[in-house]
Each structure stands twice: as structure tokens, then as C-alpha cells.
Ligand binder design. Structure first.
Ligand code: ZN
Length: 148
């Protein structure tokens, strides 16, 4: 009985705390809710399981200073071939303008079945951009399932 009263008061906003409903969580959820460093680390682990390697000549980055720069998505010059690259060079994220947390947010919303318009609002991009991303992922999924 007491619980019901508490629920009623919460529903009416008269309780000591305001109710936070799932729809409000979804509406409020944005990139700021994600740990940017963890998103970046996780993406780099996925993209480069073997660690930092020059995408041009395949030589591993051994200098601690350059490895740190690479991990922070900075530009690195290969000690072997002299060419420049970042951890995102030649990857899905290259030249997309999405930072790692935005990419995680995009993937999360796509996986949960959110619509293009809703995702566009979350990422601050237009709907057409989201539609192209969705097509790109669908093509990748098809390519990978054919390989397997
Ligand atoms: Zn190289």
C-alpha cells in the first residue's frame, strides 16, 4: 500500500525525488555520457589488435613517444619508410569527421534500431549522412558474411 502511494507521488512529481523515466534517459543520452578515452582505446583495440603499425610498410611503431602520439590519434612519421599516418589512416573512421565517442554512439543507436532522424539529432549530422553510414555498414556486413 505504502509502495503504491510512493509510486503515485512519484508519478505526480510530489515525492522527494523526481521520477526519471526510460524515455527521458534516451532523450538525454548523448556523446557526453560516454567516456571519450575509453571509446578511443576500445576502438583502437578493435581496429589494430596488433598495436601501432605503419599502414604503408607494415613496420611496427616502437618509439614510446610515437606510440603515445598514435594512441592520441596524432600524426606519426614512420621511422622506416618516412611516411605519415594516424591510427585512423586507412580505417573505416578515416576522414569521416566522427570522433571515437561519436562513432560508439552511432554504432550503439544503429544496433538498438534507432531511426536515421533520431541518430542524426544525437550526432548533430544530417539524416542523409546517417543513411549513408547505415548503407556502408550493411555492405560491410554482407562482405564479411560472404568471407566467413
Ligand atoms: Zn612505414
Amino acid at each position: 500500500m505504502r509502495e503504491r502511494q510512493a509510486e503515485r507521488e512519484a508519478a505526480q512529481g510530489r515525492g522527494r525525488t523526481r521520477p526519471i523515466l526510460p524515455a527521458q534517459v534516451l532523450e538525454a543520452f548523448c556523446q557526453d555520457f560516454l567516456a571519450a578515452d575509453r571509446c578511443r582505446e576500445w576502438l583502437l583495440e578493435q581496429l589494430h589488435p596488433a598495436g601501432p603499425v605503419c599502414p604503408w610498410c607494415g613496420k611496427a611503431v616502437s618509439s614510446p613517444r610515437l606510440r603515445l602520439s598514435w594512441q592520441n590519434l596524432g600524426r606519426v612519421q614512420c621511422a622506416s619508410c618516412g611516411r605519415f599516418f594516424t591510427a585512423l589512416s586507412g580505417t573505416l573512421l578515416s576522414k569521416t569527421g566522427l570522433d571515437p565517442a561519436a562513432y560508439v554512439l552511432l554504432g550503439l543507436h544503429l544496433a538498438l534500431g534507432a531511426g536515421d532522424q533520431a541518430i542524426a539529432g544525437k550526432l548533430g549530422v544530417n539524416r542523409e549522412t546517417v543513411r549513408r553510414w547505415r548503407q556502408r555498414f550493411a555492405a560491410l556486413e554482407r562482405a564479411w558474411s560472404e568471407e566467413a
